[in-house]
Design a protein around this ligand. Structure first.
Ligand SMILES: Cc1cc2nc3c(=O)[nH]c(=O)nc-3n(C[C@H](O)[C@H](O)[C@H](O)COP(=O)(O)OP(=O)(O)OC[C@H]3O[C@@H](n4cnc5c(N)ncnc54)[C@H](O)[C@@H]3O)c2cc1C
Length: 406
């Protein structure tokens, strides 16, 4: 790690020196100046301190041989062999990245009784699926799962590891990145790759106001997590040619201090991420009761209701229905935003939607920059009009169907 060295002999006035640090990280201990844990490495002491009193010592960068690391790997997220769709979305991105550097696409699949469940992965054009199939890997437990993936990375040496930004992905990826002393970027929204195999990891930062570009130039593998519904699953290939490789791991590496006593299957609720139609309410609604009209619109379209952060903060909407940077990402076929201004933090969670209809009375509202159809006007007039039109359409369709049957 880089560090700051204090040359005590160059310090004459300790009192004066202590005041230099804006974070209060300089302190006097037994007549000497020491740097405490509050240090942010801002180097103000190096710049403003007495000449030669503080020296910044850079880490020595040990060059790695990037050619030794080959392949873009997707960690297969699953529950009892049922593969989570984020895996396919990551395979899509992995294929795109791998084709740019001419590397293979791998999957690492860890669990119990899973070796016969690799077909869907191969059907998306994965080159090789590495399977760790063992009864000790029956339910997700962090120690044996991390051990299996660590074993995989040590043997195969992939240049990139992609994980879903799920509960499992978020616990596995940082643990493994730490073991390999490499970098991890969480919740990437854009991934690209350079010719030298450095991964461009791009994600919103500072509340979505900037897009941070992160590279891991001196370490491998490069770890990234990506949330569900950020990328798209690829087309299936006609004649998959990929293979399945069963991997062996020493039993003692799969020991765990965690015992799974019981598991309960929760009723699957279709979340806003899985809805094909989403209607979004906002601060433009004057009171909670008025949300009923948006609910009615969503119901008529067979969709789900979601909200901007202020509506969640007002407890009008369930927090699981918040769209945006600090909420969920959605990618429905149709999204209707009702009086949403279009703040960057909101747009980050829905801009991938197939068709965006935005209602707002302010024609300069930023939401119109991403909308396919702009309805400029009052939500209290437009939503009832939409409801009426859809109801009439449905009545006409029903009458036509009845007439055709008679
Ligand atoms: C770190 C951070 C994370 C955040 N994460 C999220 C997040 O995940 N999701 C999120 O939504 N926000 C998030 N925010 C908040 C975000 O910045 C905005 O404040 C929020 O999205 C605004 O919500 P809104 O569009 O409902 O309200 P406003 O921005 O107040 O917009 C209301 C809009 O309604 C229009 N309007 C008013 N009356 C009518 C009417 N009668 N008819 C038609 N239009 C009308 C107005 O013209 C205006 O455009 C985050 C902020 C920060 C700092």
């Amino acid at each position: 790690m880089a560090k700051i060295i204090v040359n005590q002999s160059k310090i004459n006035n300790i009192e004066e020196v202590l005041g230099i640090c804006p974070f209060g990280a300089l302190e006097e201990v037994d007549g000497k100046v020491e740097i405490n844990a509050a240090c942010k490495m801002c180097k103000m002491c190096v710049k403003k301190g007495p000449e030669g009193a503080f020296e910044f010592e850079e880490d020595e960068v040990i060059a790695i041989n990037k050619d030794e690391w080959r392949g873009v790997t997707v960690y297969v997220e699953h529950s009892d062999g049922e593969i989570h769709p984020v895996t396919y979305e990551l395979i899509g991105k992995a294929k795109e990245l791998a084709s740019k550097i001419n590397h293979p696409v791998y999957c690492v699949f860890v669990g119990n009784n899973i070796k016969n469940k690799c077909k869907p992965l191969l059907s998306y054009g994965v080159d090789e699926v590495f399977v760790y199939d063992d009864e000790e890997l029956d339910k997700f437990r962090i120690e044996p799962y991390a051990a299996a993936v660590e074993d995989y990375i040590s043997k195969i040496k992939p240049t990139i590891m992609l994980f879903g930004g799920t509960t499992i992905g978020r616990s596995l990826a940082p643990r493994l990145a730490a073991r390999f002393r490499t970098g991890l970027t969480a919740d990437c929204t854009i991934l690209d790759i350079q010719e030298n195999t450095d991964l461009d990891q791009i994600r919103p930062a500072f509340g979505g106001n900037i897009m941070a570009h992160i590279n891991t130039p001196n370490h491998r593998p490069q770890f990234a997590t990506v949330r569900y519904k950020i990328f798209s699953a690829p087309q299936k290939v006609e004649n998959p040619t990929g293979k399945v490789t069963l991997c062996e791991i020493e039993k003692d590496k799969l020991q765990s201090k965690i015992k799974v006593l019981q598991t309960k299957i929760k009723n699957k609720v279709v979340g806003i991420e899985d809805a094909e139609v989403v209607v979004v309410v906002s601060r433009a609604f004057k009171k909670q009761e008025d949300i009923k009209m948006a609910e009615k619109l969503a119901e008529l379209l067979g969709g789900q209701l979601a909200g901007t952060r202020p509506t969640i903060e007002a407890s009008w909407i369930d927090p699981r229905r918040q769209i945006g940077l600090s909420g969920r990402t959605v990618k429905p076929k149709l999204i209707i935003t009702c009086g949403v201004s279009g703040a960057v933090q909101f747009v980050a969670g829905m801009k991938g939607s197939d068709y965006i209809v935005a209602i707002n009375q302010d024609e300069n509202a930023p939401i119109f920059d991403v909308a396919h159809l702009a309805l400029i006007g009052d939500i209290y007039e437009i939503i009832p009009m939409l409801i009426e039109n859809i109801e009439n359409m449905k009545k006409n369709q029903k009458a036509e169907a009845e007439f055709a049957l008679s």
